[in-house]
Design a protein around this ligand. Sequence first.
Ligand SMILES: NC(=O)c1ccc[n+]([C@@H]2O[C@H](COP(=O)([O-])OP(=O)(O)OC[C@H]3O[C@@H](n4cnc5c(N)ncnc54)[C@H](O)[C@@H]3O)[C@@H](O)[C@H]2O)c1
Length: 271
Amino acid sequence: MLADLSGKTAIVTGGGQGIGRGIALVLAEQGADVAVADINDERSVSVAEEVQALGRRGISIQVDTTDNDSVKRGVAESISGFGHLDILINNAGIGRLTGSSGSSLEDDWEENWSAVMDINVQGVMRCAKAVLGHFIDRNYGKIINTASGAGRGPIWWGPAKGPEGMANPYGPSKAAVINYTQYLAASVAEYNINVNAICPGQVWTAFHGADPSNLSDPAHDAFMEKSKDVIPLGREQTPEEIGKLVAFLSSDDASSITGQSIHIDGGQRMA
Ligand SMILES: NC(=O)c1ccc[n+]([C@@H]2O[C@H](COP(=O)([O-])OP(=O)(O)OC[C@H]3O[C@@H](n4cnc5c(N)ncnc54)[C@H](O)[C@@H]3O)[C@@H](O)[C@H]2O)c1
């Protein structure tokens, strides 16, 4: 077994697809019951059913991480559904507003910046705050935040010039997640709560505008080709691989690890 999560319970935000779905399923494979929390109810129901098919309790929770009441309700539902909560996976995030280039040099930069920060940074903080009372009362808890290598500086995914390697405000939002992870880890260490972040590399998901189920999409071929060029291991990462790292960090085997932001990117960034 990769990491023993028997008897543990987790909530995974953005669990309805992509990396979050991969994490939810690996946690379930390792023995955890999983609340799949997503703004898209149809997707969270579907992944909760996949968790159940693995023989675990899976519940779907419609949560918008930009809305404090929604977050509190979702966490309360998870705790009442399972009886207790051990693990928060703060994974919901976006790259930019739909239809926007994301560039801070464009007219919609302010709207775009606010939206990205609201989900990627404040969303993480809202969910952490919502679970902390429960974790502190139990003197136990694991929080894993999904950051990104983009939070450490440029990631050259094309020519090493111009703004392409510097996603903005995505990069700053993930830098904030890395820094907040350190702050929170230091703040709650005395309550036996571990807080870490993961920095995935390139994962073929809807995040890249992809239909992840369509591996014959020419865009997927282009993604694979680029991966060969810019990633030392020469390939993309998979949601399952990300899930395995998260399962380890969620387990008591990782009880001495806190405040870290761990790259899982085929060596694209060696930090
Ligand atoms: N795909 C990559 O290459 C990559 C690389 C590094 C980091 N990441 C990070 O991984 C995380 C997951 O990305 P993904 O690639 O799986 O993207 P995705 O778009 O496939 O999935 C994101 C999920 O989050 C949900 N979501 C969006 N806004 C929400 C909100 N306000 N409240 C609740 N749920 C919400 C969506 O409905 C969706 O199910 C993000 O934080 C992203 O920044 C992705």
